[in-house]
Design a protein around this ligand. Structure first.
Ligand code: XMP
Length: 318
């Protein structure tokens, strides 16, 4: 029978045998999957694991420094690379969701390739791909899900990278990944983090991305997520976040009519992200969150709550 401990034991042994004394590069995202993959490799090969954490400028508020600090505390060999400007410049003016994902995927590979050349004799690239990523990326019929996660690179890298891919979590579901992480002693705060998409806030800003929109959404997201935490609701929700909509709507401020942005809040229950139900958050909580957002975030005058389930609605809005 499968247990987290036996999985760790056999996986660490397999990784040792497969990798030997080679060096491995791994892209950390701050999330559960890549962190658990890193801990398994760290156990197997120690300092030969070189982790890279890229700031794509689309992370949550204060996420880059705080996640880096957390990884250093775990004993991982991590380099933080701030490539925000490069990503945001390349995204400027693009509104098509799939093109945004493709740009982010390409720039990520470019940044990663530059960084991997700084690690001498790197032979392997490790990824925290999990089973649902594999299924959602390779839908053979070319249906909509074939492009859902086009930045994931599941199934291989461009030839120029010349690295072999190792994906120790490829057969696991999210709950199993969390149990494996727990059995290795990972911080429960990290293990309990909501999933967050690789393209980050780019797919929660509908339409084109500007630095100003990113800054607005970071503030809104922080109010919502911190509010869930202080109300004791964060752990009851599988994933939550805010979307910045490409519409302005009318409002009043004093005697003036305003014409400002609208945000949608989304919170869902799920076990693997493949289906999801919207969460019945208490009205008092929604009321307080909406007031906080409208009072504190300049440029937003309307907040709505998304009451759609997946399918047919997806969790993200793009
Ligand atoms: P959807 O929106 O397809 O999301 O219902 C299902 C889960 O996948 C995440 N997601 C992504 N993750 N790259 C990712 O790494 C992506 O392009 C992407 N799109 C969606 C989403 O946050 C949810 O957890």
């Amino acid at each position: 029978t499968w247990t987290p401990d036996s999985f760790v034991e056999t996986t660490v042994a397999d990784l040792k045998a497969k990798i030997g004394t080679d060096k491995v590069i791994l892209g950390l995202s701050g999330g559960v999957d890549s962190s658990v993959a890193a801990m398994l490799l760290h156990k197997a090969i120690g300092k030969n694991l070189h982790c890279i954490f890229v700031n794509n400028g689309l992370l949550r508020k204060d996420e880059f420094p705080s996640v880096l600090e957390q990884y250093e505390g775990m004993g991982l060999n991590v380099k933080g690379v701030d490539a925000s400007a490069r990503f945001l410049d390349e995204l400027a003016g693009e509104s098509d969701p799939e093109k945004k994902r493709k740009i982010i995927g390409r720039v990520f590979i470019e940044v990663f390739d530059d960084e991997s050349h700084l690690v001498e004799n790197a032979k392997w690239l490790a990824q925290g791909t999990i089973y649902p990523d594999v299924i959602e990326s390779v839908s053979a019929t070319g249906g909509p899900s074939a492009t859902i996660k086009s930045h994931h690179n599941v199934g291989g890298l461009p030839d120029f990278m010349k690295l072999s891919v190792v994906e120790p979590l490829r057969m696991l579901f999210k709950d199993e990944v969390r149990r494996v992480g727990a059995s290795m002693g990972l911080d429960p705060l990290l293990l309990g983090r909501h999933p967050f998409p690789g393209p980050g806030l780019a797919i929660r800003i509908l339409g084109d991305i500007t630095r100003e929109k990113v800054a607005i959404l970071q503030e809104v997201d922080a109010i919502f997520i911190n509010g869930l935490k202080s109300a004791g609701l964060y752990d009851k929700v599988w994933q939550a976040g805010a979307m910045l909509l490409p519409v302005n709507s009318v409002g009043v401020m004093g005697d003036e009519r305003t014409y400002e942005k609208c945000v949608a809040l989304r919170a869902v229950e799920s076990t693997d992200g493949m289906t999801a139900d919207w969460v019945n958050l208490p009205y008092e909580f929604l009321q307080k969150t909406s007031n906080d957002i409208i009072n504190k975030v300049r440029g937003v005058n309307r907040v709505v709550y998304d009451i759609s389930s997946k399918p047919p609605a997806t969790i993200e809005w793009e």
